[in-house]
Design a protein around this ligand. Structure first.
Ligand code: KIV
Ligand code: ZN
Length: 509
């Protein structure tokens, strides 16, 4: 019988550490609900001591989703552990995830601790966490650059102290599959009580090997894989969950392992995370990229049409990739919208549905055919920002082949309306200048991306912008049939995120 590998999803914690991918509590809850439908085993919902909103997210998800293990991250410090415990209070299946670095490089430069001090701190943190819950995970940060015997020692001692899972992270994406699998085997051979805990792996993608490394560890006995949807995460990201799950599913005889994941929910989840974080999925991304199942060359098309398996090892429907469907129109009612959103993975409460319906009606007056992708945009934007200093109330542009583009923008700023007219090299440039002057922003625009969500000249234009100010990076997104309006809204969305970050810094969270 094949072994069931636990999927520990850290999209909401490590994934959120991608520059610009900050999510509101509401958005995290939205993703967590979908992760439950996907049937992940553990959701790491945040790092509660790090910010008020991380605390709130762990607490909300913990309270709302009883049938999944919810984890919160903590350094090996009692204050951090207390904060996780408070966020998961009232749950039997709440996990405290304690981490402490074990590599000499981290000990010398970051922690300024000796190995025996680290060992003691890890053991006492695990014992302390066990005072709150029976589900405690210990992570030996930077394990792959640690001394292997020290790693064995700390694994053995933290298991003795009560850790039920011990994680061996490749924190900086440094290892390679042969070496990592050897390390996992080494631990299995040398740690006498290793069978008392689940050995977990957590691989970063700095060398593009996160998935390969994770799979190599599964072959040697790892029982849990930590990963994120679309592989988002710190720097080059984490191991992509969809790739791990589908590799195990596609090669059962080779891995003799599987997961509990409902693979038909993968695509939906990928879209949701991409929409919410504003991190677009590269077209050639395995499993969920736009081209993952596209056959371009004549030879491939011919083979594929004769027999699909000649050029496809997976089927799009296995991961829930739908044909883009024409679904609703001007006359569709609230009920039809609710049902279709549910099928797309969005379970809205009454208030959220009312707002979505209002936006749907507005959109159906602007656009004749409404596709699934339009609905996703409409819902995600509705739940995206709770914090709004700036709000676009009016936009007018003019220009042409021999007329300099002009934009008139009206914004409310903390409830008061202001207006500004500017010219520019193009209508977007003019609108951005006017918004820049009204908001007095000091941010720089690092990236501006625009694409059409569906086909047709009436398609929604989706704009994603990346702004930077004082080292803070945020990503804003918006969509609208009018691409100038979408551009202005995306800029304002990012500016609001920057304002929110500034407030959090002032509050010291
Ligand atoms: O990459 C890492 O080491 C981590 C730990 C906190 C598990 O994210
Ligand atoms: Zn990590």
């Amino acid at each position: 019988m094949s072994k069931v590998i636990k999927i520990f999803d850290t999209t909401l914690r490590d994934g959120e550490q991608s520059p610009g991918a900050a999510m509101s509590v509401e958005q995290k809850v939205q993703i967590a609900r979908q992760l439950v439908r996907l049937r992940v085993d553990i959701i790491e919902a945040g790092f509660p001591i790090s910010s008020e909103s991380d605390f709130e997210a762990v607490k909300r998800i913990s309270a709302e989703l009883p049938y999944v293990t919810v984890a919160g991250l903590a350094r090996a410090l009692s204050g951090d552990i207390d904060r996780v415990a408070e966020a998961i209070k009232g749950r039997d299946n709440g996990r405290i995830h304690v981490f402490l670095a074990t590599s000499d490089i981290h000990l010398k430069y970051k922690l300024k601790m000796e190995r025996d001090e680290v060992l003691k701190a890890a053991v006492s943190a695990v014992k302390y966490a066990r005072g709150y819950t029976s589900d405690v995970e210990f992570s030996a940060e930077d394990a792959t650059r640690s001394d292997w015997d020290f790693l064995c020692k700390i694994t053995e001692e933290t298991i003795k102290a009560g850790a039920t899972t011990v994680n061996i992270p490749d924190t900086v994406g440094y290892t390679v599959p042969e070496e990592y699998s050897e390390l996992i085997s080494y631990l299995f051979n040398k740690v006498p009580n290793i069978d008392k805990a689940v050995i977990s792996v957590h691989c970063h993608n700095d060398l593009g090997l996160a998935v390969a490394n994770s799979l190599s560890a599964v072959l040697k006995g790892a029982g849990q894989v930590e990963c994120t949807i679309n592989g988002i995460g710190e720097r080059a990201g984490n191991a992509a969950m969809e790739e791990i799950v589908m590799a195990l599913k596609t090669r059962p005889a080779f891995f003799n392992a599987d997961t509990n994941i409902v693979t038909g929910e993968i695509y939906k989840t990928s879209r949701l995370v991409s929409k919410i974080t504003g991190m677009t999925v590269q077209p050639n991304k395995a499993i969920v990229g736009d081209n993952a199942f596209a056959h371009e060359s004549g030879v491939h098309q011919d083979g594929y049409l004769k027999e699909r398996s000649t050029y496809e090892v997976l089927k799009p429907e296995d991961v829930g990739i739908p044909k883009s469907k024409l679904i609703l129109g001007k006359l569709s009612g609230r009920h039809a919208l609710k049902d279709r959103l549910l099928e797309l993975g969005y379970a809205l409460n009454d208030l959220e549905l009312d707002k979505a319906f209002e936006r749907f009606k507005m959109l159906s007056n602007q656009k004749r055919h409404i596709f699934d992708e339009d609905l996703e945009a409409l819902v995600v934007e509705g739940t995206s920002r709770l914090y709004e200093v700036f709000c676009l109330t009016h936009l007018y542009t003019s220009g042409g082949t021999d007329k300099k583009p002009i934009a008139l923008i009206k914004l409310t700023i903390n409830g008061n309306e202001y207006e500004k007219e500017c010219d520019g090299d193009g209508p977007v440039d003019a609108a951005y200048r006017a918004i820049g002057e009204l908001t007095k922003t000091k941010s720089t625009l690092n990236k501006f991306e625009i694409k059409s969500i569906t086909g047709g000249t009436d398609a929604l234009g989706e704009v994603v912008v990346t702004l930077e100010e004082d080292g803070r990076v945020v990503r804003g997104s918006a969509s609208d049939p009018n691409i100038i309006v979408a551009s202005a809204k995306a800029y304002i969305n990012a500016l609001n995120k920057l304002e929110e970050k500034k407030i959090n810094v002032k509050k010291g969270v």
